[in-house]
Design a protein. Structure first.
Length: 150
């Protein structure tokens, strides 16, 4: 079974999500019981909605538990090379952006968490501060300079 590498923050976020989903599940079960008591289940829209909500919660909860079961918390490398867990500041000539290189399970572009398996992640992985990398993105070819690396 493949281990899933998570940053410390990513692991803690999943643990919190699991706790929240457990609490949400208790409420969803109560809603389902109330809807079931309303009578005929074949024409009970509230029952179908409550059952669907509980099913969605159960699916997400199973997924989060599976990830946590296989999770390994990683530390950012201290060897001066960008790798999983590294905070990298990149500059494209116009703007500077800070990103964290993470596994695909933790990636969230809007939060600055870039998968090491993405085009940008692949280009940055193994590079040092001051190095320029060229990446082909959906908007075209972009050259980034690694401004800092921690």
């Amino acid at each position: 079974m493949r281990k899933i590498q998570l940053t410390k923050q990513g692991y803690e976020d999943l643990v919190q999500e699991e706790k929240k989903m457990q609490a949400d599940r208790i409420l969803a079960v109560k809603e389902l019981q109330r809807a079931r008591e309303m009578g005929d289940l074949s024409e009970n829209a509230a029952y179908r909605v409550a059952r669907s909500r509980l099913s969605g919660i159960d699916n997400r909860l199973r997924r989060v538990k599976g990830i946590l079961k296989r999770a390994v918390v990683i530390q950012a490398p201290l060897n001066g090379f960008a790798d999983m867990g590294s905070r990298v500041v990149i500059h494209d000539g116009d703007e500077e952006r800070e990103i964290v290189l993470v596994d695909g399970y933790e990636s969230d572009f809007m939060k600055g968490k870039i998968s090491v398996y993405s085009p940008i992640g692949k280009a940055l992985r193994g590079k040092r501060e001051g190095v320029k990398v060229t990446v082909i993105t959906p908007t075209g070819q972009v050259t980034y300079t690694i401004s800092s690396l921690t």
